[in-house]
Design a protein around this ligand. Structure first.
Ligand code: NAP
Length: 300
């Protein structure tokens, strides 16, 4: 397929490389153009405008947050966005973790322009993106989602086509990140407790993950916490806060109280206020140790 790829950050760079490896023709755009260089070496064409990335069958966006997706899709000042650049009948696949409300707006705007919109957020960190091991949660017109399976197969190990309405995928993705953040917080508290009593954290983690907690979330985040490996960030703490805020907005819209979500929002604020904005979001779990008299999550 002829694919435009917009957003070559921690996640997008690996995803675009795997599309190339699977034989797709990739035209890549990134706001900071130097990030396209590694991809060009693998056979991509780098372009300097969003419009130039929109000439294929599909354009995939993998951007930081709602404002980034809004400006890239709807345009910014004199800069044309995806909406005015994509041919009729072509598809915009949004893989960013964005709000349910923005997914709804994008669905309507693309339909009005005679284009298709599919939400396809992903589970998995940058290592999984680089290894084509993501889990893709896809929602949109079932026929369009089906046609996109070679694209999803190139970036992930499994695709869940969950609903005809794109926003459902965004809601599911936000709910998943809420669960991960809950694990990070509770694991951090448990580790602070046993760690202060002298238990070796790595040994403790091995006990957990080889018995009742043998799940990737515990393995990955427990390892990062035990090693205090918060830099470089695979997923930055400020993006974690963004996801909790989007979760709470979705809960408010649906009138679903999410008390643990509210707590996590405040925990992320503490982490950011303490200088942890650009640390990996696993540093959230290190707040408990700090509050128990231990080291700060962010280095002084
Ligand atoms: P990242 O490394 O910070 O990359 C963000 C990308 O967005 C960069 O390409 C950046 O361009 C671009 N961008 C930001 N603001 C922009 C704007 N106003 N206009 C145009 N481009 C803009 O983030 P990431 O970790 O790849 O995450 C990307 C998305 O995937 C986020 O929604 C995140 O929540 C989600 N996600 C992340 C992970 C993870 O573990 N990292 C896992 C699953 C999902 P520049 O290079 O110019 O800054």
């Amino acid at each position: 397929m002829r694919i435009g790829f917009i957003g070559l950050g921690n996640m997008g760079s690996g995803m675009a490389a795997n599309l190339l490896a699977a034989g797709h023709e990739v035209t890549a755009y990134n706001r900071s153009p130097e990030k396209a260089a590694a991809l060009v070496e693998r056979g991509a064409t780098a372009v300097t405008t969003i419009a130039d990335a929109c000439s294929g069958d599909v354009v995939i966006s993998m951007l930081a947050d709602d404002p980034a997706v809004e400006s890239v899709t709807f345009g910014d000042g004199d800069t044309a966005g995806i909406l005015t650049s994509l041919p009729q009948g072509a598809v915009h696949v949004s893989s960013s973790t964005i709000s349910v409300a923005l997914a709804d707006r994008l669905t309507a705007a693309h339909a009005e322009a005679g284009q298709h919109f599919v939400s396809a957020p992903v589970f998995g960190r940058p290592e999984a993106a680089a290894a084509a091991k993501l889990f893709v949660v896809a929602a949109g017109d079932p026929a369009v989602v089906q046609d996109l399976s070679p694209v999803f197969d190139a970036v992930g190990q499994r695709t869940f086509a969950i609903a005809p309405g794109p926003k459902t995928a965004n809601l599911v993705k936000l709910s998943g990140n809420f669960l991960i953040a809950s694990v990070i917080e509770s694991l951090g508290e448990a580790m602070a407790l046993v760690g202060k009593a002298g238990v070796d954290k790595q040994q403790y983690l091995e006990l957990l993950t080889s018995t009742l907690f043998a799940a990737p979330a515990y393995q990955t985040y427990g390892g990062l916490l035990a090693r205090r490996e918060f830099e470089p960030a695979g997923f930055a703490a400020h993006l974690g806060l963004k996801d909790v805020r989007l979760l709470l907005a979705a809960g408010e819209q649906l009138e679903v109280p999410l008390p643990i979500g509210s707590l996590l929002r405040d925990r992320f604020l503490s982490l950011l206020a303490g200088g942890g904005r650009d640390l990996d979001w696993s540093a959230l779990g290190a707040l408990a140790e700090w509050e128990a008299g231990g080291a700060r999550p962010a280095p002084d």
